[in-house]
Design a protein around this ligand. Structure first.
Ligand SMILES: [Zn+2]
Length: 231
């Protein structure tokens, strides 16, 4: 009987406290954090009760898939109570197919050179172990030069969770990613020529063996690059 009475008193008190705490968090001003090794945008969004979209917008991030350790991020205020819904990251991963590729992009895709000279296709694009594999794997010994498949600019060169040492190139209206490298040879902002070595291959990040994971992104979505490389 005594317990029942206590519960009647304590439960509403706890509830009020929880609501107050949530409100206090929501009204907190914006804060700046530093990205830690192993962080990614969705993880940070979840940690601070915000969304990948809001984080990307607040920080002018064009590529939410990859942020670099040490980078400063502004955490937008007042959205603590918003649930992590369908986010930028997951949305841009929904459709594997790009319905229409403009003729200039198509021409530049067809002109791609191989990112590794002797790489054997060890895993193709598509569903794999119940998950979508957004690129192709080219098996090659550690230290093989990884080359830019087309001229472009380095949009990111650094560690990215899962991808290991990653280089992402912008080719105007499409992008390429080169993952699991052992060493990077370029920096963010560098201009690169077609066939220029941009990294040395490896097995960093989520990789079961030495290979290059190669992705092509058109209109924000990955496509299967194998046909364009005659693989
Ligand atoms: Zn892969």
């Amino acid at each position: 009987m005594q317990n029942c009475r206590w519960n009647r008193l304590i439960l509403p008190l706890l509830l009020a406290l929880a609501i107050w705490a949530e409100g206090a968090m929501a009204s907190r001003g914006p804060s700046v954090i530093r990205v830690q090794a192993g962080d990614c945008l969705w993880k940070i969004a979840r940690r601070y009760g915000t969304t990948v979209v809001d984080l990307a917008q607040a920080n002018g991030i064009k590529n939410p898939h990859c942020i670099l350790a040490g980078q400063k991020l502004l955490i937008p205020a007042g959205n603590r109570q918003r649930k992590m819904g369908s986010t930028y990251a997951s949305r841009s991963y929904v459709s594997p197919a790009v319905r229409t590729i403009s003729p200039p992009v198509l021409r530049s895709l067809q002109a791609m050179v191989k990112p590794v000279a002797q790489g054997r296709l060890s895993s193709g694009y598509g569903m794999r172990w119940g998950r979508m594999h957004r690129g192709i794997d080219l098996a090659c010994p550690v230290g093989t030069p990884v080359r830019a498949v087309a001229a472009g600019q380095v949009v990111s060169a650094g560690w990215c969770r899962g991808y290991g040492w990653l280089v992402e190139l912008d080719h105007g209206q499409w992008r390429t990613r080169y993952a699991h490298n052992s060493r990077l040879l370029v920096r963010t902002g560098d201009r690169v020529e077609v066939n220029q070595p941009i990294a040395l291959s490896g097995a960093t990040g989520r990789a079961t063996g030495p290979h290059l994971h190669f992705e092509v992104i058109v209109q924000g979505r990955t496509i299967n690059p194998a046909p364009y490389l005659n693989l």
